[in-house]
Design a protein around this ligand. Structure first.
Ligand SMILES: Cc1cc2nc3c(=O)[nH]c(=O)nc-3n(C[C@H](O)[C@H](O)[C@H](O)COP(=O)(O)OP(=O)(O)OC[C@H]3O[C@@H](n4cnc5c(N)ncnc54)[C@H](O)[C@@H]3O)c2cc1C
Length: 442
């Protein structure tokens, strides 16, 4: 209906989950879409590598999701989930302590409530200030600034001001849990984002997508008309009327949506704010056939050590056996903060003694299958954080991705749908897509 001189209505740059969610929303509304992806595969950061029959995620984060919530998520209703054991395993360096599902839920909720109370106290203080609450400004890059209230403050400060637990429980439970949920071990991010993550943890379930994180973008892409996604096409510049590419020259269209990570987006859209990032390194080990001294214990809980360098670890092959060849084990370990930048050979040597204590297994026979270091893995959410940054740059030019929302899978999906809605509005087309239900999850 919209086609005139252009062969396609909308070009989306980037086939990560944000771009694919937007493409799904737009094609569902009858708009023709081409998605250009620079890499030879779709998925962006939600990628899974296949090595020696193992399926290895480049990011090691578990999903925090309930099956009911998943069923209601546009495009992901069919995703098969493999749940972790309820609760958490805390490891203090010597001993492991199992926290039941009910206790970890109660703990997460009381911490979330403490953060909200700390926010309200700041609100009362703020309301006496002349600028007041809810005052919204635009920063020099044209980004809408977050509300100017100091109520949303760094989560570490909020917890110091309004402790949720005695110091021991804070160090053994809350700090590692928040570090794992937000990839922010120093707890410098937004207290509001942390409260939301804790509530999502309490409401949902830790799980892995069966077969690897790439199942998420693959499911989204499977619903697009054939030929919509073109991989190994690198966009070099964008305007409201087309995209220039290295491989195919200029592709004309009626609107462009930039759905890359924050740094690539700022290259295509100069002036866009680039956030700081939390670096993440993921290591995947196998202990071989899983028998004898080097076999990791078979528990399927998320293990949170009180101290680094390991931020969290789990026996991925026990939670999702489809990630390993038959009879093999797979242990996935995530390192955050400064240690994540260590050369992999050093990091591997550094984590093994800790993994040995955690799993009660000798690790000298373990084989490092692969590791993945991404210094730009997770956009930081410093307080005050606006989880709905504008997605319309100009009429005809839009931007989405986890850097416009919460730095999570759900944030990326939500930003893609927000951008698609803004675009449909500018095209004067009705929005027939399903309601968004994933908004509250971290
Ligand atoms: C199973 C799973 C669990 C997760 N769990 C969590 C969680 O609990 N919490 C959390 O915070 N996050 C989580 N994540 C991370 C979340 O996936 C990321 O925030 C999200 O994948 C980011 O998607 P994106 O589309 O915004 O960006 P990206 O994935 O970075 O996609 C951008 C794409 O753009 C492409 N591109 C860049 N430049 C160009 C160019 N010039 N031309 C063409 N293409 C270009 C890139 O190659 C890339 O494919 C999880 C992910 C998965 C899959």
């Amino acid at each position: 209906m919209l086609r005139t001189a252009s062969t396609v209505d909308v070009v989306i740059v980037g086939a990560g989950v944000a771009g694919l969610a937007a493409a799904r929303h737009l094609t569902g509304a009858g708009v023709s879409v081409t998605v250009l992806e620079a890499a030879p595969h779709i998925g962006g950061r939600a990628a899974t590598d296949e090595i020696d029959g193992f399926r290895l995620d480049r990011g090691g984060r578990p999903l925090v999701l309930s099956p009911a919530e998943l069923r209601r998520t546009p495009g992901l209703g069919g995703l098969a989930l493999r749940p972790f054991a309820p609760g958490l395993m805390l490891h203090n360096g010597q001993r492991a302590q199992r926290i039941s599902g009910a206790r970890s839920t109660r703990g997460a909720l009381s911490a979330a409530r403490a953060l909200v109370r700390a926010e309200r106290r700041s609100d009362r203080w703020t309301d006496r200030r002349p600028e007041g609450r809810g005052d919204r400004r635009t920063d020099r890059n044209g980004d809408r600034a977050a509300p100017s209230t100091p109520a949303d403050r760094p989560v570490g400060d909020a917890l110091a001001h309004r402790p949720a637990f005695p110091p021991r429980a804070h160090d053994a439970f809350l700090r590692p849990l928040l570090g794992a949920l937000l990839c922010d071990p120093r707890l410098r991010g937004s207290s509001r984002g942390a409260a939301q993550a804790l509530r999502a943890f309490a409401d949902g379930r830790l799980c892995l997508p069966a077969g690897g994180a790439s199942a998420v973008p693959e499911l989204l892409a499977a619903e697009l008309p054939p030929g919509t996604v073109r991989t190994s096409v690198h966009a070099t510049s964008v305007s409201t009327t087309g995209v220039c590419t290295v491989e195919h020259g200029r592709i004309p269209c009626r609107a462009v949506l930039v759905a890359t990570g924050a740094r690539d987006a700022a290259e295509l859209l100069p002036g866009l704010r680039v956030p700081a990032f939390h670096p993440v390194t993921v290591l995947h080990h196998t202990a071989g056939s899983g028998r004898g001294r080097s076999a990791p214990s078979r528990h399927t809980a998320l293990i949170l050590p009180a101290d680094g360098p390991v931020a969290y670890t789990y026996v991925a092959g026990a939670i999702d056996p489809s990630r390993t060849p038959p009879g093999q084990s797979l242990i996935t370990t995530t390192v955050l903060g400064a240690a994540a930048a260590l050369p992999v050979s050093v990091l591997d040597k550094t984590v093994r003694p800790q993994l040995e204590r955690i799993y009660g297994a000798a690790t000298e026979d373990w084989r490092l299958l692969t590791s993945h270091h991404d210094p730009y893995s997770v956009p930081a959410m410093p307080a005050p954080h606006d989880p709905e940054r504008p997605v319309r740059v100009l009429a005809g030019l839009y931007v989405c991705g986890d850097h416009r929302d919460l730095s999570t899978l759900q944030g990326a999906l939500h930003s893609g749908r927000r951008a698609a809605r803004a675009l449909l509005q500018d095209f004067g087309l009705p929005d027939r897509a399903e309601p968004n239900t994933l908004r509250t999850a971290a």
